[in-house]
Each structure stands twice: as structure tokens, then as C-alpha cells.
Design a protein around this ligand. Structure first.
Ligand code: SF4
Length: 296
């Protein structure tokens, strides 16, 4: 795995431009052999892991502009008051008559290829009606260094059947390379939801509840060394805590489930960074925290 002593990064022109956009010059990069200053405020979240996510099937959807990861001028990091996802999301979901039948994890195959087949035929929530195809995941399927988890397939993903296509995927690759995670580390990419919400809308709580067991089963079968979680909703579902993205960032959580006990770091989704470039520096810091968490 990459160590901090390997931080003398050979930059491509794209990576150099991206870092320059963050205000990070070569002089600062040269100091990255000691990245401790970047993580001075980072904390290990005690006891953080997979909590049951019992989200309601109806409520009022939160507009994208009101999502915590859309906030400008984020407050200082602190732990959110403990409150269940169900309690918090109950007031933010729309009433929708589409019947949703949450996937029962106990019924899922203990084989990744069979699980992919199950997902391909899934009609547990209304998203199956508008998808071109399911997007199960891509990358190293056996004990990769990282499983990188986004929120839902984008338009390109939906057409190609692969996660992190298009500009968001390009930015993610550039970020991972600039932070020294790629190409050294092996990665499996997937999303919280396996079907694209129509028009790219924000996933609903009942859809997340329906689909989450697939992701949990993927983690149990792929057995990555660490999780890098991109975006507010994926972070909430996996940390099992309702909080803003800024409250979940900047610390190393633990994902614990069925014999899996691995570090988990949360950061901004690259699609969000394409719209809100002011968060790129924070994302860059998160990636270094992730790299340090796996090297520890
Ligand atoms: Fe099934 Fe998940 Fe697709 Fe809904 S989003 S239909 S639960 S695979």
C-alpha cells in the first residue's frame, strides 16, 4: 500500500492543473512526506459501523439545493446529535404511491456473480421502470484495497452499465491519482443505488432502504480493506447516522458487519465537486486521510 514516504507524486498536466486550482503548489506537495498536519483535526469515530437503516417509504424530498453537501460556508466539524436515519428522513421524503419491497439480505446469494444477476432482475423499487440497465460495480472483486461507493448511477453509467463514467468519473480518477491512491491501490467501484433515478434526481429514502442490502452484501463478498464513500446519502446510509456531510467528513469511521471491520472515510461526490469547486480542497484532504487510514 502507498506510504506517506511515496508522496513525491509524478503529476500529469491535468493533475497539476487540478492541484493548482486548489491553491496547492509544488512546494506544498514536497512537504507531503509528512502529512500529519493535514490530519491534525481528524478523529477515529469510536464504535462507528453499520447501523440498521429503517427509512420510511414516504415523506418530503429534500431539494438538491438544500442538501447538507450543497451548503456554502460549512460550520466547524462536530459530531451530530444521535438521531436515527428514519427519524430524520421521515420529514424529507415525498409521498409516492410506487410500491417498494425492500430487499431481504437473508435471501441474497453468497456469490458475487449470482448477486449481480439478482440485481439485474431486481424490481424492488420503482427505479427499475426507468433504468436502461442496472449498474452493479466494476473493478477488482476480490479483496481490493478500496471499495469506492457513490450514490447512484449517472446518465452515462445507466447507458454503459458501469459506475463513475463521464466527467464525474474522470474527476474522481484525477483526484485519486493526485492523492497518490491510484494507480498503486486496487479498487472496486459501485454505488449505493444500482439503478439511475430518473432525471438524476436525489434518491429517496425508501429507494435507499430497498437497495442498501445489495451494497452490504457486496462489501461482505468483495471484502475490501477500506471504504471511500462519496456523497452525503451514501455516507449516511453506511455510517448509520443522520448528519451533514461536513459532520461525517474528517474522521475515520469503522464499518463493521459480518466479520468485516474496516476503515471508512467520507468525502464529497465528484459530481458535486463539478458544481461546487470550492470543496475540492476538502476532498483532497479527505483522500489523504483515507490513504493514511489504510497505511496505518
Ligand atoms: Fe432494485 Fe436497487 Fe434498482 Fe431499486 S434501485 S430496482 S432496489 S436494484
Amino acid at each position: 500500500m502507498t506510504s506517506s514516504s511515496q508522496s513525491a507524486i509524478a503529476l500529469t498536466a491535468t493533475q497539476a492543473a487540478w492541484l493548482a486550482e486548489l491553491g496547492i503548489d509544488r512546494k506544498l506537495l514536497a512537504t507531503l512526506a509528512d502529512t500529519s498536519a493535514l490530519f491534525a483535526s481528524a478523529r477515529i469515530a469510536p464504535g462507528a459501523g453499520v447501523a440498521p437503516v429503517n427509512v420510511p417509504s414516504s415523506g418530503q424530498e429534500t431539494p438538491a439545493s438544500k442538501r447538507p453537501d450543497a451548503a456554502v460556508g460549512s460550520p466547524p466539524m462536530h459530531r451530530a446529535p444521535v438521531q436515527s436515519v428514519a427519524q430524520k428522513l421521515a420529514a424529507t421524503q415525498p409521498v409516492d404511491a410506487t410500491p417498494v419491497q425492500p430487499v431481504r439480505r437473508v435471501d441474497l446469494p453468497a456469490d458475487l456473480a449470482l448477486l449481480a444477476q439478482t440485481v439485474a432482475g431486481c424490481q424492488a423499487c420503482g427505479l427499475h421502470a426507468s433504468r436502461h440497465q442496472t449498474v452493479f460495480g466494476d473493478g477488482q472483486t476480490s479483496a481490493p484495497h478500496w471499495m469506492i461507493i457513490g450514490e447512484a448511477p449517472g446518465d452515462h453509467d445507466d447507458h454503459l452499465g458501469l459506475p463513475f463514467q463521464g466527467k464525474a468519473g474522470e474527476l474522481l480518477s484525477t483526484m485519486l491519482a493526485a492523492a497518490g491512491i491510484l494507480p498503486q491501490a486496487s479498487v472496486f467501484y459501485t454505488n449505493l443505488l444500482k439503478c439511475r433515478p430518473k432525471g438524476g434526481r436525489t434518491p429517496r429514502a425508501d429507494e435507499i432502504q430497498a437497495c442498501l442490502p445489495y451494497l452490504q452484501q457486496q462489501i461482505a463478498l468483495v471484502r475490501p480493506s477500506g471504504l471511500l464513500v462519496l456523497g452525503w446519502q451514501a455516507a449516511q446510509a453506511l455510517v448509520g447516522q443522520r448528519a451533514s456531510l461536513d459532520q461525517l467528513r474528517g474522521q475515520v469511521h469503522r464499518y463493521t458487519d459480518r466479520g468485516v471491520d474496516i476503515p471508512m472515510v467520507v468525502t464529497h461526490h465528484p459530481a458535486s465537486l463539478l458544481l461546487r469547486g470550492q470543496y475540492k480542497a476538502a476532498a483532497w484532504q479527505d483522500l489523504h486521510l483515507a490513504r493514511a487510514a489504510l497505511a496505518a
